[in-house]
Design a protein around this ligand. Structure first.
Ligand SMILES: *Cc1c(COP(=O)(O)O)cnc(C)c1O
Length: 231
């Protein structure tokens, strides 16, 4: 593979996504600076992450705890790079992720919160997390139903070392109406549970639907394919 061409490619695609984010934000009267672009680098080599970093990208998303840990080690020379964990969370991965990821997007059970809190206390950090919601009702998707959110928020208040900062969802890929409904619903849930003061972050939107997500109030879009190419 030609490293030079790949670098240009990633930088160009990143610029295109930034343009897309800015256009979507303007269309709904929002400031593009409210929206964090997480570049999803799962299964992509460290060299591509370096290319994106060289083009100014600082937030990167990974789905697998081990892969995140290995890449964090390999790229530890890159100052101020922030890792986001977006894959299905398991309590036994807390050790690999707490303190290493700036934000865990996919907490969905009380025992996840407890595992994160225990690890955070033992290494003396506060871990920011999001609660992943399953709003499409698909059994193949991870996350909790909206009705469970209040209980998780209550549980987190009694735990040291873990802070729920918002909500995340991942609608099914193939139906725009369902996607729009899921995005709208995530925002309604946020507003019903303390609003933007209590839950400032809404992580929603991927390569094919980030503009729609921004129209629905997303503060964090997770974009892989549009930056790094297909996997
Ligand atoms: C892979 C993944 C993404 C990025 O998807 P693209 O379609 O490549 O942009 C975003 N969020 C989650 C949770 C993912 O697993």
């Amino acid at each position: 593979m030609n490293g030079g061409a790949e670098t240009v490619d990633v930088a160009t695609r990143l610029a295109d996504v930034h343009d897309g984010i800015a256009a979507a934000a303007r269309a709904s009267g929002r400031d593009p600076r409210e929206i964090t672009l997480v570049a999803v680098s799962k299964r992509k080599p460290a060299a591509m992450i370096r290319a994106a970093y060289a083009a100014g990208q600082r937030d990167f998303g990974e789905n697998y705890a081990q892969e995140l840990r290995d890449k964090a080690r390999e790229l530890e020379d890159l100052d101020a790079l922030r890792w986001h964990f977006i894959g299905p969370f398991q309590s036994n991965k807390a050790r690999l992720l707490v303190g290493r990821a700036t934000l865990l997007h996919s907490v969905s059970e009380q025992r996840h919160l407890e595992a994160v809190a225990a690890r955070a206390q033992s290494i003396g950090v506060e871990q920011r997390v999001l609660v992943q919601l399953n709003l499409s009702g698909e059994s193949t998707k991870h996350g909790v139903a909206g009705a469970t959110l209040a209980a998780l928020l209550r549980a987190s208040e009694t735990l040291e070392g873990v802070r729920i900062e918002g909500l995340m969802t991942m609608p099914p890929a193939d139906d725009d109406d369902v996607t729009a409904r899921c995005f709208a619903e995530l925002r309604v849930l946020r507003d019903a549970h303390g609003g933007v003061q209590r839950l400032p972050q809404l992580s929603m939107g991927m390569s094919h639907d980030y503009a729609l997500a921004i129209a629905h109030g997303s503060t964090c879009v997770r974009v892989g394919t549009a930056i790094f190419g297909s996997r």
